[in-house]
Design a binder for this molecule. Structure first.
Ligand SMILES: Cc1cc2nc3c(=O)[nH]c(=O)nc-3n(C[C@H](O)[C@H](O)[C@H](O)COP(=O)(O)OP(=O)(O)OC[C@H]3O[C@@H](n4cnc5c(N)ncnc54)[C@H](O)[C@@H]3O)c2cc1C
Length: 498
């Protein structure tokens, strides 16, 4: 694994492998424990295929009671556990550990309750994101957060990463659409947080769980809110002579008080790659393309389409096309949704980055990324959740050329540091995982990190759940109480210590 330092596997756990597998088989009988190399191979990586690691064993429980027993066993025996949904994480969140149990939640694939009156669905964590919408579509409802991976990724993984999608500008990320969870702690205790109501008493622990990347517990049930499908949705395609002009249009639309259902930007390289892949009629003679979707009552949508067109024309828009049918609207989105596989056709490998910037910083960030592209000698295309300021630069490289992966990783790290420098953050929706773990120090100082780590320790004092992810190495519960003494001098000697 290029440049990636993971916690050293514990020799005593590796030596006990046969006994551990036998004990786990007693908890999850039948085909629930996988231990052969061939059968474990599909679990060796997630969406970040550059990093691979065979786990100690794979366990596939199908009941909450089994999850509870597996975690209690891991806790009693000091064995790390990595939860996994569909394994589509783009930050290495589900990367296994050599001495750890990979806990696959794929068998938790049932919808438990649909309540149209309360507008909620209770789903097991292995249900796919799209599966929730499919289950309620017959009554005109849907689940709003729509990651491009929605056909495959699970609601449990969405909770882990606080995932987003093109419609999150108006309808919020996972955290704004999850109402409650059932979760198993590392001790095996089963807890419930939130429920089928809008708010719950006490501390906002739900906000803490969503986005916790499998570090605090294993989610075994998720309650989400569902929405009635808008009466109408129409999309506008607008081509601009520069990314700056397209960025100015995004800012002007928001400043006009319009919140589109989705607002995405693609640069020249991505427009060409996507068009060659799906042939939806994207303009090829522009530098930047905006897709703006308006949804709501028909009269309002038609009015807003006109307003957005006026704003675009006022800012030098070169081409403008509004969808006139549902098929055309879907076609407009097809290119954007296929952007990642489209890059797979023009480059043997690519790294998909995920950082967030204040919208006004877009022109500066794009031009500095171009300079970086020249410096590293690697192509970089951009798709962008423009309304949210969430960038997805796609860095093209060839893993077969020695040193190119390392170059691509360094390029990616520079982009994320730039996001922080201009007032943004390291991630928008893909999580920190292992990919951004070592950059956390660029955004948080030691005090911030120590406070975050204390929360982790309150749930999992022995760091058994997904260790090596999110926190830079050397941040372990046991080290929080330590003091670094330099040159024999105790820092802040007058402060009392207990
Ligand atoms: C082609 C492609 C497009 C993508 N597009 C988007 C996008 O538009 N927006 C977006 O946000 N993401 C996107 N992603 C990233 C990814 O799909 C999301 O992060 C998704 O939420 C991961 O879900 P998963 O089921 O695959 O989870 P996994 O990858 O298996 O796990 C993700 C994290 O959640 C934890 N986890 C999983 N299940 C549980 C559980 N039951 N309890 C506790 N922790 C758990 C894991 O430990 C890990 O840290 C994309 C990925 C790909 C490959």
């Amino acid at each position: 694994m290029a440049g990636l330092v993971m916690p050293e596997p514990k020799a005593d756990i590796l030596a006990r492998r046969a006994q551990i597998i036998a004990d786990l088989r007693a908890i999850v009988p039948g085909e629930g424990v996988i231990d052969t190399e061939t059968e474990m191979r599909p679990f060796e990586s997630d969406g970040v295929t550059a990093y691979r690691q065979m786990p100690l064993t794979v366990v596939l429980p199908s009941t909450t009671e089994q999850v509870s027993q597996v975690l209690a066993y891991a806790h009693a025996n000091g064995i790390p556990v990595v939860p996994r949904g569909a394994g589509t994480s783009l930050s290495g969140g589900a990367l296994p550990l050599a001495d750890g149990i990979l806990l696959g939640m794929g068998k938790f694939n049932r919808i438990l309750d649909i309540d149209f009156a309360n507008r909620t669905v209770v789903a097991q964590p292995g249900v796919t994101n799209l599966g929730i919408t499919t289950a309620v579509a017959h009554e005109g409802f849907y689940y709003a957060p729509d990651p491009s991976s929605q056909i495959a990724c699970t609601i449990g993984g969405n909770v882990g990463e606080n995932s987003g999608g093109v419609h999150c500008l108006k309808y919020g990320l996972t955290t704004n659409n999850v109402l409650g969870v059932e979760m198993v702690l590392i001790t095996g205790e089963i807890i419930r947080i939130g429920g089928q109501h809008l708010d719950s008493g006490g501390l906002d622990l739900l906000g803490l769980i969503v986005g916790s990347e499998g570090l605090l517990g294993v989610v075994t049930e998720v309650t989400v809110r569902i929405l009635k499908k808008p009466e109408t949705a129409r999309a506008v395609l607008m081509g601009f002579p520069s990314s700056e002009a397209a960025g100015a249009c995004v800012a002007a639309i928001i400043a006009a008080g319009i919140i589109p259902g989705g607002m995405e930007m693609m640069d020249r390289m991505m427009i060409h790659a996507s068009e060659a892949f799906v042939n939806v009629g994207y303009p090829l003679d522009v530098e930047a393309l905006l897709i703006v979707e308006l949804d709501g009552p028909e009269a309002e949508v038609n009015h807003l389409i006109e307003r957005v067109g006026e704003i675009g024309n006022g800012l030098g828009c070169l081409t403008l096309r509004a969808s006139t049918s549902e098929e055309e609207r879907i076609a407009f989105w097809a290119g954007r949704k296929a952007a990642f596989p489209a890059v797979g056709r023009i480059s043997p490998d690519y790294l998909c980055m995920d950082g967030t910037i204040p919208r006004k910083a877009l022109p500066e960030v794009l031009s500095r990324m171009e300079q970086m592209s020249e410096k590293y000698g690697l192509r970089c295309g951009n798709v962008f959740h423009a309304g949210d300021g969430n960038l997805h630069p796609l860095i093209c490289y060839d893993a077969n050329k020695p040193g190119e992966l390392e170059k691509a990783e360094a390029f990616g790290a520079d982009i994320l540091l730039l996001c922080v420098e201009v007032g943004g953050v390291l991630t928008g929706e893909h999580g920190v995982g292992v990919e951004k773990r070592d950059l956390m120090g660029s955004m948080f100082d030691e005090t911030d990190l120590a406070h975050q780590q204390r929360l982790k320790c309150a749930f999992d004092p022995n760091s058994l759940l997904n260790p090596g992810k999110v926190f830079p190495q050397l941040h372990r519960c046991a080290e929080l109480g330590r003091m670094h003494v330099s040159g024999g001098k105790l820092p802040f000697p007058d402060i009392p210590r207990f």
